[in-house]
Ligand binder design. Structure first.
Ligand code: ZN
Length: 501
């Protein structure tokens, strides 16, 4: 094959895969939002078929040679070389699994999701437990095909965040335990902040009206994105100009849909802002989970919970809810928005206790894969750990072990990236605030200019570089957890007047 033939073959292959991925992505969004549940079995079978076709395409036996050929060819540009290396890695993980097993797994994964949803709705862990047990076995089987010496859970962690392993996460979470658990205790003992007005009844139709205004403030443009509702908010995309975010409205929490929207739109911006020349390629798709979460959590917490963000938005919110918020001052609202109280549901957790929710999931996942924890009675283990770290336990499994979707589709190793992403975000924000006047921009309706900084320093690279290198490019230094610890300590010490405690 000549260099040109190789290039053509490579481009065709990438294009076809992007077509399958687009179809499956949109079917996936449909399933999680509006698709009628009774049609699930029919759809799941056909989705599994499509996954099988994509699998065959991805593992086309002639491609490894093409990819290696392009990597070795000195005339190949840097972007293509990097993409080929990323594809090589991805293929090596998929190729080793026999196709029929792969298709069976896709089907099982869909069934497992359906079982999780049913178990959550019926508040019955027993419905999901056999699926979780099987999922763990399936994952062990899949990873065994890779024939690597590395520890199984380390491989899973690396899949979601290249370069991370248990040793590094252990050190990260040790720091969180050492520095944040005592702070959480001090906050618990401090004078509580009144946030009762956030939990009054907020009409959902009225919440949706405010949401339209919020999406305008966020510059989330209908020409490239739209919002839908779902059980467990997420974001998906097919290309630069097709990003779908989801949210969930709760009548007794006005901030839930708002903050989840700011979060998911943060994910959407990342995809929208990746250099469009990477559209359809792995350089746009393969961004690490930690980097993605760093951007969504940066938007949610480091922007969306600040006084200046609300200096602009609070009067609008008040207008929709005069009886609940008309008498509340901006300061009281922002303080309430940042209240820290140990709670059961991760996605509703405050910034300070959030990493503890992740720590618990990390310790459970570690245990599930090193054999010290079993899926049987995991609802109990879950509660014991919440009791140990946060002093609370779930009465209902829907607010305990069944609250998150991840394990139902075998996404073990994903959770730790949420905490890591928050910590990355602290480091980015530290640099960003030194370079632009974030507060002034937020207050004056220039959210887009804050996003522009993120685009220039982080988003546009896609995964052209590893997270580690993007951190260095943007902040001038390697990942440093201290920014995160300092940020939380400073914020909560001031909020709860702990200076002299
Ligand atoms: Zn997220």
């Amino acid at each position: 094959m000549t260099a040109d033939e190789m290039k053509k073959k490579y481009q065709d292959w990438v294009f076809k895969m992007s077509a399958y991925r687009m179809a499956m992505g949109i079917i996936g969004v449909d399933k999680m939002t509006v698709a009628p549940t009774a049609g699930a079995a029919y759809r799941d079978e056909r989705t599994a078929y499509l996954a099988g076709e994509l699998f065959s395409l991805e593992t086309d036996p002639s491609m490894p040679e093409v990819l290696q050929g392009l990597i070795d060819d000195p005339s190949t540009d840097g972007d293509t070389r990097r993409a080929c290396e990323k594809y090589q890695e991805e293929i090596s993980h998929t190729l080793c699994i026999p196709k029929d097993e792969y298709v069976d797994f896709e089907k099982f994964s869909n069934e497992s999701y359906d079982a999780w949803l049913q178990a959550k709705q019926k508040n019955d862990y027993a419905i999901f437990e056999p699926y979780l047990t099987k999922m763990i076995e399936e994952k062990k089987k899949q990873y065994a095909y890779r024939k690597k010496d590395t520890d199984l859970y380390d491989q899973m962690l690396d899949d979601f965040e290249p370069g991370m392993d248990q040793q590094k996460y252990d050190a990260f979470f040790a720091k969180i335990k050492e520095e944040l658990l005592p702070l959480i205790q001090k906050v618990k003992a401090a004078k509580p902040i009144d946030d009762s007005f956030l939990k009054e009844t907020y009409d959902i139709e009225e919440q949706k009206k405010f949401m339209d205004e919020l999406l305008t403030y966020l510059h989330f443009d209908k020409s490239w994105g739209y919002q839908n509702e779902t059980e467990h908010p997420f974001t998906d995309w097919t290309c630069e100009n097709d990003c779908r975010v989801t949210t969930k409205y709760l009548p007794n929490s006005v901030t839930s849909a708002i903050l989840s929207t700011v979060h998911e739109v943060g994910h959407a911006y990342y995809e929208h802002d990746v250099d469009p020349k990477y559209d359809g390629m792995i350089l746009s798709d393969g961004i690490s989970s930690g980097m993605h979460e760093s951007q969504s959590r940066l938007c949610e917490n480091y922007l969306g919970r600040t006084k200046d963000f609300w200096a602009y938005n609070f009067p609008h919110l008040q207008k929709h809810f005069p009886s609940q918020l008309g008498h509340v001052s901006l300061d009281a609202f922002v303080d309430a928005l940042n209240v820290s109280v140990p709670s059961l549901v991760r996605t509703e957790a405050d910034e300070l206790t959030y990493p503890i929710h992740i720590l618990i999931r990390y310790e459970i996942e570690k245990g599930l894969f090193n054999g010290t924890i079993s899926a049987e009675h995991l609802d109990q283990t879950w509660n014991d750990m919440y009791e140990k770290y946060l002093g609370i336990h779930a009465e209902k499994v829907s607010e305990g072990i069944l609250q998150d979707v991840h394990w139902s589709s075998g996404e073990f190793g994903y959770f730790p990236t949420y905490a890591l992403g928050s910590a990355f975000a602290a480091q980015f924000v530290h640099t960003m605030r030194a370079q632009i006047d974030v507060d002034d921009l937020l207050k004056n309706d220039h959210y887009d200019r804050v996003i522009a900084w993120l685009k220039e320093n982080i988003h546009h690279y896609g995964c052209r570089y590893d997270a580690k290198d993007i951190l260095i490019k943007a902040t001038g230094e390697e990942f440093n957890v201290q920014y995160y610890i300092d940020y939380l300590k400073d914020k909560y010490t001031k909020l709860y007047h702990l200076e002299n405690v």
